[in-house]
Design a protein. Structure first.
Length: 542
């Protein structure tokens, strides 16, 4: 029975070592020629076990131990080659666990060899050496498939088991080699094992947590910027979240795939993190997507349950911020609609009554233009969105009516390489700027022709309003409410404005706004010439 027990133990040791070789070539991905490596490992273990049956029992044990150590070294080498071929955090972590186990195994074997010559130490070897190794091996086997999901206490317990094995081995070694007393050898072994524990913990455990490189303050700033950007451009949510996940986890791959999940999930023993993207109103596509992150920190770490919780909290906070912004915007829209309705029903009705009761044609015409301005204002307030092409059509019609009443000609030109949705601030500011400049050309410059050029190209908006009036030397003008209002609204849009003399006569005002879509939402691309709006006024120029 004793001989059978020894043979079975040797067989199990060799099977475990050969299994490590097979794991190294198959997981997490198959190596080229994996079948040959696995077959060589199993054949080596089988040959070693068959060969040791014919040798002395003590020599059998040492030969098997050497074979197991050799197969373990081969396992670590194969994992290194696998990681260099295709980086994967699980490979790196498992290789380090194998190295720790190999060193612990070698130290314990050395202690048993040195202690076997002393009869008084056989009981200690049996009771403590073998027991601590079995506890460590069991913890390593139980922990390795669940590295990404294990609680930190389980990970720490596994390393403490390794430290206990080292402490027991050192205790036996100190007694056998230096003939130290039990208390002295135990004190020294605990001291050295604690130091090794700290080194091993730093070496192995730092590959597990996947600590984020962003501080909480910087993370809050990123979330705030994403919320503001998505509020203006809902379709930038996916790209913004991909950038944020790269900053948080630095994965080798980030993919956006269609799918729907209720919560963040780990896959592939922590090599993959799946993050659902919150559904935001206003996007062109309502299809749900998820972010698939592979291999945290360039393949150096595993994703953990803490990473999953962090990603889920980030998505929850972003969803709350976006929901709050949408509620605020809805309130603003409802308030604008109410104001527009009140202006139309109250002020509009009163102006209409005054127009019919006007004492002469001049006052009637003035009130008529005021009513027309009020209609343009209320339509703008009531509209949920303003496409640039549609707003340009409204501007062209409005300016045409104003100039026609003053017997002045409008020359309108427009070019755009993308159609964008204007914010209320953009629409209102551009409307006021054009009206003020045209009014100045009519009332002050006494112009007979006004040329308006509106151009959006490469996210740069330029507006040019030129007249052939009597105005000269704009540098000497005193900027009253009119020109001051133009400057204020251009500054509000983040642009610049200047007035220039033109030959033979007239003034040209140039407005330039860089990064114009930074406060608007993209709705399409294309090249448009003229006022691209439906209706009879859709010519390029006239």
């Amino acid at each position: 029975f004793v001989q059978l027990d020894a043979q079975l133990r040797l067989a199990f040791d060799l099977i475990s070592a050969a299994a490590l070789v097979q794991i190294a070539v198959l997981h997490p991905h198959r190596m080229a020629g994996w079948g040959w490596y696995a077959a060589l490992g199993w054949l080596s273990a089988l040959g070693l076990w068959l060969g040791t049956n014919q040798l002395d029992s003590a020599f059998n044990w040492w030969l098997v131990q050497a074979g197991c150590i050799g197969l373990s070294i081969a396992t670590a080498s194969l994992m290194t080659a696998s990681f260099h071929t295709k980086p994967h955090p699980f490979t790196l972590v498992m290789r380090r666990l194998v190295v720790v186990a190999l060193l612990t195994w070698g130290l314990l074997s050395l202690a048993i060899w040195r202690g076997s010559v002393r009869a008084d130490m056989q009981l200690n070897i049996t009771n403590f050496g073998v027991m601590t190794w079995q506890v460590f091996a069991a913890m390593a086997v139980l922990l390795s498939p669940y590295l990404s999901r294990s609680r930190p206490i389980l990970q720490e317990f596994s390393l403490l088991a390794a430290s206990s094995t080292i402490a027991a081995s050192l205790d036996l070694l100190f007694v056998a080699v230096f003939s130290l007393g039990q208390f002295t050898s135990m004190t020294l072994s605990l001291f050295f094992s604690f130091g090794l524990y700290l080194i091993i913990r730093r070496w192995v455990m730092t590959r597990l947590p996947g600590r984020d490189s962003l501080t909480m303050e910087r993370l809050f700033q990123r979330l705030y910027r994403i919320a503001r950007e998505v509020e203006r451009q809902p379709d930038t949510l996916d790209a913004s979240l991909m950038r944020l996940m790269r900053e948080l986890f630095d994965p080798l791959e980030v993919a956006l795939v269609p799918g729907e999940m209720g919560h963040t999930a780990l896959r592939g023993n922590g090599s993959v993190l799946i993050v659902p993207i919150p559904l935001v109103g206003g996007r062109l596509s309502a299809v749900r997507h998820v972010l698939v992150l592979k291999h945290s920190h360039k393949g150096q770490r595993l994703f953990t349950s803490e990473d999953a919780r962090l990603a889920e909290r980030v998505m929850e906070q972003l969803h709350r911020a976006l929901s709050f912004d949408q509620a605020v915007e809805q309130g603003r829209s409802e308030e604008r609609l109410r104001i527009a309705q009140d202006l139309h029903d109250d002020i509009g009705a009163r102006l209409l009554t005054l127009m019919y009761q006007a004492p002469n044609a001049e006052i009637e015409e003035y009130i008529r233009h005021t009513i027309q301005d009020l209609k343009t204002l209320t339509r703008g307030l009531a509209a949920q969105s303003h496409l640039l092409s549609e707003a340009a059509g409204e501007w062209k019609r409005d300016l045409s009516q104003r100039l026609a009443a003053a017997r002045c000609e409008l020359d309108w030109h427009m070019f755009q390489d993308a159609d964008i949705t204007l914010t209320m601030v953009q629409w209102s500011a551009l409307t006021r700027i054009m009206r003020e400049l045209v009014s100045n050309a009519i009332s002050h410059a006494k112009a007979k022709k006004v040329q308006v050029k509106l151009r959006l190209e490469n996210d740069r908006l330029t507006l040019s309003v030129e007249d052939d009036g009597v105005g000269r030397e704009p540098a000497t003008w005193s900027h009253g409410l009119g020109l001051g209002g133009v400057r204020k609204r251009v500054k509000q849009l983040g642009g610049s404005v200047r007035w220039l003399e033109v030959e033979p006569k007239g003034i040209r005002c140039e407005v330039v706004i860089d990064y114009f879509s930074g406060t608007a939402g993209m709705t399409g691309t294309g090249t448009h010439q003229g006022a691209t709006h439906p209706g009879p006024d859709s010519q390029f120029s006239h």
